[in-house]
Design a protein around this ligand. Structure first.
Ligand code: SF4
Ligand code: SF4
Length: 363
């Protein structure tokens, strides 16, 4: 039965999302936003917001993933991965552990604590796990934001649910463009029409459609109608009238999957192989006496504290030219190069065995 498989998929994803805020590689979280530090923790490395090209690579990898998976597997994301459909599934399954026949009411009640946990997990992607509860205890704004987010998520999942998929979700609209004749979809077998007309498929459909009318935008490929039809038809020893239809491995699948793998590989390799220590320096003008003024920035992508020193052969640097960088920390400052000769200035940064030389021409 497809529902069992979806439940296993939902459980695996629940474990993943619960663990995600706590997993660290070399002290860096696997995935988290650090808005104070202007950076993202990703795959055990720090990605600074200023590193535009990495976000471009990341965006290309994510977009190519959605294009490939949609063209090949249809709405598998919607029915098997999207939190919008998987969280209510978990709540429905949990509701069956309690007495009572009204499944909707039980699900709505169970969604209250479940969406509180979901909201907390969402916040943990922005806040260190150890700082989350103290933050809520000390900041009214954070508490209000938490409460409002919880309310919106709860209202969406408990009351709006799959109507969101059919009306607002932009991904559902995009899918119509990506589908072709062989894309995997849930389909009613019209060659055997009419079926037993029991109506079971309509009753279980979370989006309230009748799959017998053909493929519709509202269908999230959850396969609940296949299960419902199977329960009816197996009593008569005939195959169900509804099933998954499509061809997964074909030329289009190969091309799109290869493009996605390539885009992901480019991002991962460039992300993991980029230097863990960044130094930029630029001329910002000059003093009243004509001496050049420089502005620099340093970023430490290592879990170690680093001491740095900036020098310039032939020049005397006045300003902040020495200091320490905390693990995964950043620093910036200005200095004036005085007493130099010639048209250019050479700036040398030394930090824990690293030596980075920049030569800046006078403008
Ligand atoms: S038609 Fe079937 S697969 Fe599509 S949403 Fe309804 S129950 Fe799920
Ligand atoms: S569940 Fe199967 S037999 Fe019953 S109405 Fe739907 S398609 Fe027909």
């Amino acid at each position: 039965m497809w529902e069992k498989r979806r439940t296993v998929a939902a459980a695996v994803q629940a474990v993943f999302w619960v663990l995600l805020p706590f997993v660290r590689v070399d002290g860096v979280r696997l995935f988290a936003f650090d808005l104070d530090g202007n950076r993202i923790h990703l795959l055990g490395k720090v990605l600074w917001f200023g590193e535009f090209y990495f976000f471009l690579f990341l965006s290309i990898a994510v977009i190519s993933f959605f294009i490939a998976i949609t063209a090949v597997l249809g709405r598998v994301w919607c029915g098997w991965v999207c939190p919008q459909t998987m969280i209510p599934l978990i709540a429905s399954k949990a509701g069956r552990l309690f007495p009572g026949r009204n499944e909707r009411t039980k699900r709505a009640v169970i969604l209250i604590p479940v969406t509180a946990v979901v909201t907390a997990l969402l916040f943990l992607l922005f806040v260190e796990p150890g700082a989350f509860l103290p933050l809520l205890a000390r900041s009214r704004t954070a508490l209000l934001l938490f409460g409002m987010t919880w309310l919106v998520i709860y209202a969406d999942l408990a009351f709006w649910g799959p109507r969101f998929c059919a009306t607002v979700c932009p991904y559902s609209i995009l899918q119509e463009v990506l589908f072709d004749e062989e894309t995997l979809v849930v389909e009613y077998d019209r060659s055997r029409h009419p079926c037993l007309l029991c109506g079971a498929c309509e009753r279980v459909c979370p989006t309230g459609i009748d799959i017998k009318n053909g493929l519709q935008r509202e269908c999230i490929a959850c396969a609940s109608c296949i299960d419902a039809c199977s329960r009816v038809t197996e009593k008569k020893n005939i195959p169900p009238f509804i099933s998954y239809r499509g061809r997964v491995w074909r030329k289009k699948a190969g091309v799109l999957t290869s493009l996605w793998v390539l885009a992901t590989a480019v991002f991962i390799v460039s992300h993991l192989s980029r230097p863990d220590f960044l130094f930029t320096v630029a001329r910002k003008g000059e003093t009243a006496g004509g001496a050049p003024v420089f502005e620099y920035s340093l970023r430490n992508g290592t879990p170690r504290k680093i001491k740095f020193r900036i020098t310039s052969p032939g020049s005397r640097l006045l300003g902040q030219t020495e200091g320490g960088l905390s693990p995964y920390g950043a620093a910036s400052g200005t200095f004036v190069a005085g007493g130099g000769e010639g048209r250019g200035v050479t700036i040398i940064l030394e930090a824990e065995g690293r030596k980075i030389v920049r030569h800046l021409e006078e403008s």
